[in-house]
Design a protein around this ligand. Structure first.
Ligand code: PLP
Length: 461
């Protein structure tokens, strides 16, 4: 029997069918869910979480290979983060953004301290979409230009500008929110839009294509280019060597600001504070959220370069939020820095990624005919599934739903049966567990994915 605390703090035991029925009933009756046809979903009632595991009301544990929405970097109920949140609630639960506050200021200083040189100021938001919204607004104010370039195969959030910049089907029903969005193809060697055969060719041809796009759109009309440093939900696409430096050079040549969206990859996911440290020159603006405080309270933000910040020294910034830099969100953010330093989180992510995950995925790629490619870094990997390794036909069609998506649903069900909650998107599953996952859990979860891939193999050919 597993103990859990209910909403009142009373200790109860799992399984708890009565509580499950109540939670499910309230949810189905009254909660309107994101991105879903409401009548077609059955959200899992979750009773408790600890570290890399959460439990349903039947007492079934799931090893979270998705870190919820790739935000739970330090896992469930991390004692340091919980204590920071509780302490802050006890001393000053809220304060408006135009006043100076100790945890808000400390977190901003800590973030600036790990950002590339020259990015010194932080504007806090409530999440990642808003961070991108404000970064774009800043770029437009600074340059006096309107257009923003973003990639096909990207996700930047669901608010008006962020969703219009998004290069995946979540945009389709929301198009038109922002007239200045222009999309281009980024590097993706496995499905190269440029018929490239090497990472070098892919980088160069993707840069040539971006330059053409800039020239044809009119450089003097473009405020910013926004790029996920490692494309997240749309495939864990690691930029080939030289690509992001090339983007920086194009931006400099044409007076365009470079926004690095690090909402998913920032704060340790690939074993760096900011992923840009591994791949390229400093951007003008970095957006972050998720891992900054593992989502213990909503928080995101924009890190500004001196040039962008200086523009607003004498000119007021036209934007703000009631909860910008909320102390209950900033306190677990400060604790996150303490935990990362004390527990060597970045080092362990790099170590587990190269020593445990990569070899395990390579072995899966060798064994399973459904695995087309594996790619990633740190604790952020994709397994791209195909029907045919020769043609690279995806295991399910792009944006498949219903019966067409069945092969991926079967894989996900097989993983869940083995106690692993997988991240799946289109024809991929991603390996993105909390960064504090124990090595034995990581090995166990990878073994479950390995077994579940047999469901995908059955659909090959
Ligand atoms: N940018 C990226 C790269 C993301 O992955 C996400 C969310 O998944 C967002 C922006 C949007 O963040 P939020 O959902 O906090 O608004």
């Amino acid at each position: 029997m597993i103990e859990y605390a209910d909403r009142t703090g009373a200790v109860r035991t799992l399984p708890d069918a009565e509580a499950e029925a109540r939670v499910r009933g309230d949810d189905r009756g009254h909660v309107f869910h994101s991105w879903s046809a409401q009548a077609l979903i059955d959200p899992l009632p979750v009773a408790a979480g600890k570290g890399a595991t959460f439990w349903d009301y039947q007492g079934r544990p799931y090893l979270d290979f998705s870190s919820q929405l790739v935000n739970l970097n330090l896992g469930h109920q991390h004692p340091d983060l919980v204590a920071a949140l509780q302490r802050q609630a006890g001393r000053l639960a809220t304060i408006q953004p135009s006043m100076a506050n100790d945890v808000r200021g400390e977190l901003a200083r800590l973030i600036a301290g790990v950002a590339p040189d020259g990015l010194e100021k932080v504007f806090f938001t409530n999440g990642g979409a808003e961070a991108n919204e404000y970064a774009v607004r800043m770029a437009r104010q600074v340059t006096g230009r309107r257009k923003v370039l973003s990639m096909y195969r990207s996700y930047h959030g669901s608010t008006a500008t962020a969703i219009t910049l998004t290069g995946d089907p979540r945009r389709w029903a929301n198009d038109g929110g922002d007239g200045g969005a222009v999309r281009f193809f980024g590097p993706y060697l496995y499905r190269s839009a440029f018929h490239a055969e090497t990472p070098e060719q892919e980088a160069q041809r993707a840069l040539d294509h971006l330059e053409q796009t800039i020239l044809l759109e009119g450089p003097a009309t473009i405020a910013a280019i926004i790029i996920e440093t490692v494309v997240g939900t749309n495939g864990v696409l690691i930029p080939p060597p030289g690509y992001l430096d090339g983007v920086r050079a194009l931006c400099d040549r044409h007076g365009i600001l470079y926004i690095a969206d690090e909402v998913m990859v920032g704060f340790g996911r690939i074993g760096e504070w900011f992923a840009i440290d591994a791949f390229g020159a400093a951007p003008d603006l970095i957006t972050f959220a998720k891992g900054v405080n593992s989502g213990y309270a909503p928080l995101g933000g924009v890190v500004l370069s001196e040039r962008v910040a200086a523009h607003f020294d004498e000119t007021p910034f036209p934007g703000g939020l009631t909860y910008s830099g909320h102390p209950l969100a900033c306190a677990p953010g400060v604790a996150t820095f303490e935990v990362f330093a004390r527990d060597g989180i970045l080092e362990r992510v790099r170590d587990l990624g190269s020593r445990v995950v990569e070899p395990a995925l390579r072995a899966m790629a060798a064994k399973h005919p459904s695995v087309g490619e594996i790619r990633g870094r740190g604790l952020f990997w994709a397994i791209e599934l195909v029907r045919d390794r020769e043609t690279r036909e995806p295991l399910v069609p792009f944006n498949a739903t219903g019966p067409a998506a069945a092969p991926m649903a079967e894989f996900a069900a097989a993983a869940k049966q083995r106690g692993v909650w997988p991240f799946t998107h289109f024809n991929r599953t991603h390996v993105a567990p909390p960064l504090i996952i124990s090595e034995s859990d990581l090995v166990r979860g990878l073994a479950a994915i390995d077994e579940a891939l047999e469901a995908a193999d059955a659909r090959v050919g």
